[in-house]
Design a protein around this ligand. Structure first.
Ligand code: ADP
Ligand code: 5GP
Length: 188
């Protein structure tokens, strides 16, 4: 059975940046494409970053028990991991990489235990987070405020993760995460 790498963080801490880096340097990792009821942002495409579903379709899939886990991460904004996505990867002995909110990350770790490593990415400060989200220029001012407001609560879950990485200097954070994953995948 393949292994699972869980990456969680407050929005803007640098999860996607670090995940894209890992996917670009290792071809043994496959990204878990989540379903979401939010609209695509920037250049996002259906079936690449997410499966973009209408709120009705998302709720239907909840009813059909198609999710391993799902959360209403922001009011009226649902995100979930489809059972089919994970089962396919694990059956094919692939290591699957999750970009997931803190509660979802803790849930997946509890299900797969030692087959999974949970990594929390921490920003150097809430101020830095705010600045990164503004500079990313993909969310409205209102959405940035919602994301920043949630960050303090999310940071309080850091101690429940196997590993914590502070993403201050990006090159250092990339090297740190590379080493952690190499060690996890090389040790049974
Ligand atoms: P997340 O996926 O956690 O929401 P992103 O990876 O989209 O975060 O990063 C948010 C923004 O911050 C992006 O514009 C990214 O380029 C930038 N960023 C990521 N890491 C750093 C860093 N160490 N220093 C400065 N900016 C960063
Ligand atoms: P974004 O809108 O920035 O892409 O994602 C918002 C938050 O939802 C992030 O913390 C992201 O990790 C989380 N998220 C993405 N997919 C899932 C998922 O399948 N389940 C859960 N619980 N959270 C997810």
């Amino acid at each position: 059975m393949g292994k699972l790498i869980i990456i969680s963080a407050p929005s803007g801490a640098g999860k996607s940046t670090l995940i894209n880096h890992l996917l670009s340097i290792r071809n043994d990792l496959s990204f878990s494409i989540s379903a979401t009821s939010r609209s695509p942002r920037g250049s996002e495409k259906n079936g690449v970053e997410y499966y973009f579903l209408s709120p009705e379709t998302f709720k239907q899939k909840i009813q059909n028990q198609e999710f391993i886990e799902y959360e209403e991460v922001y009011p009226n904004c649902f995100y979930g991991t489809l059972k089919s996505e994970v089962d396919n990867a694990l059956k094919n002995n692939k290591t699957i990489l999750f970009d997931i909110d803190v509660k979802g990350g803790i849930n997946i770790k509890n299900i797969y235990k030692e087959k999974a490593i949970s990594i929390f990415i921490e920003p150097p400060s809430i101020e830095a987070l705010k600045e990164r989200l503004s500079k990313r220029n993909t969310d409205s001012k209102e959405m940035i405020e919602k994301r920043v407001a949630k960050a303090t609560e999310e940071m309080s879950y850091a101690s429940q993760f196997d590993v914590k990485i502070i993403n201050d200097n990006l090159d250092t954070a990339k090297k740190t995460i590379e080493t952690i994953i190499k060690n996890f995948l090389e040790n049974d």
